[in-house]
Each structure stands twice: as C-alpha cells, then as structure tokens.
Design a protein around this ligand. Sequence first.
Ligand SMILES: [Zn+2]
Ligand SMILES: [Zn+2]
Length: 277
Amino acid sequence: MAVRMTVLASGSRGNSTVLSSSKTSILVDAGLSCRETIKRMTAAGEDPLALKGIVITHEHSDHVSGLNVLARKLRIPVYMTGATHDAWRKWTRSLGPRRKQETENGSKARIEQLELFKSGSSFQIGDIEVMPFTIPHDAVDPVGFTFKIDGVKIGICTDIGHMTENVRYYLRACDGLMIESNHDLEMLRGGPYPWSVKQRVMSAVGHLSNDALAKFFTDDYDGGAAFVMLAHLSENNNHPELARVCAEQALEPRRSLLASNVLKLALQDVPTETITL
Ligand SMILES: [Zn+2]
Ligand SMILES: [Zn+2]
C-alpha cells in the first residue's frame, strides 16, 4: 500500500491529519493537544514516533494549538511560511498566562527545527513531495497542500473563502481529495452566531459552503479521485448528512467518470478510518 491517510480531527475545535508512505509519516496541522494527537494516532495504528515533520496551513488556533508541545516532544521539524511563523509567534505571545501554560506546557514558544517554505515552491519530506499553494482565507499567508507519494497525489484544502483559479489548478488530477464543506448557508444565516461572525464565515476569505463546494464539483472537478473527504464541517451551521447529500448530488454525474469518488466525512471528535491508496 503506497499511501495511508487518517484525519485525526477536522473542524473549528481542531484540525490534524496523518499522511504516510511506506517510509515517511507527516502531520498536516497540529490543532489538537499533544496528548490527544498521540492518543488518536495510536488508536489509528500510526506511530507518533515515526513522524518526520509537521506541515502547517495557517496560524489559526484550530490548526496550531498543539504545535509547540508536539514538535518539542517528538523533536521533529515544523514546516510553515515565514509570515505564518511570525503570526504564530505573535499569537502565542498574546495568550494569557493560563492559556499559555496549556498551550506551551510551560515551555517557551519557539520552534526548534523550523523549515520555512514558500507558497508555490515544492519541498521534500522523506519520500513525500509537498506542494503548498495559496488559498483565500483571513490568515496572513494561508496555504492548501498537495502531496505526491509514489505517484499518488493527495490534495488537502480547507479554510477557503471561495474557489479561486489557483485552488482549482492545484487540485487537478488528485487521486484523493480532502476539501472543505463548512456550512449550509440557510443554517448559517438563521443560526446562533453574531452577524459579524456570520459575515466573516460567508466572506470571500471565510469558509466554503456546501453549495459552493457542490458548484466546484459540478463545474470544475475532474472526477479523478478514488475518495473525496468532506472536511471542516461546522458543528453549528451544518449537519453531516446535509453536507453529504449536497456533495453526493453534485458528484453523482462524476462518479463513473474516472474513479469511484467514494465520499467520506471527517468529523471533530472521532478520527476517520484509515484510507489506503
Ligand atoms: Zn480552520
Ligand atoms: Zn482558519
């Protein structure tokens, strides 16, 4: 089996995904506590000590809250852009003493093995080729990733306010695709969030709705993935079944096109089953 992928958690309370080749394992985002990350990895049959690096999409706390402790404990490099690193340091300095201790375990917020990358320039971690690309989101320098492992291409792209030409370009010809299906527009409009937050989520640099994702599937998606994983579902403004039905309807004509496009859902509190390609 060339590639394994397990989404440990996905949503506004924490995001983290393990991706492995037969030789290399990496973590995409570290939005769970160190303890929870290790617990969920172990339950999924992935060895935390085998991790060779952590790649970070952007500095929002649901993607980095466990980063410092995890990187220190496992003594592995962290890959992010320079601007994201600056914003992350600023964020750790802004935390109150109690949060600071929870987040940093009393240690200084400093990444010991920092590897900076630039959006649009690929780099290698073991036998995994990582390509970061710019996404539209209200962080300083947010990216999505594609990964190439033994000729298999996996795309991971959440926290996108809208579909851009750039995102569409990089997500072409994926063999596996994890993509945001954040909210149902009606639920968001009528839901409990203050108007300012609703506006932020709906904005061009917020999060992708079920309908916007369906439009991508209908208009632009090439249909080549063996699996499509819906991710970063809102717990307040979406329902897994709503997201699933919306995507299913849009994917149906694509299903026989090139690949099976088996639909999966990544949730907040339980890891997904491990997908192998
Ligand atoms: Zn997020
Ligand atoms: Zn975000």
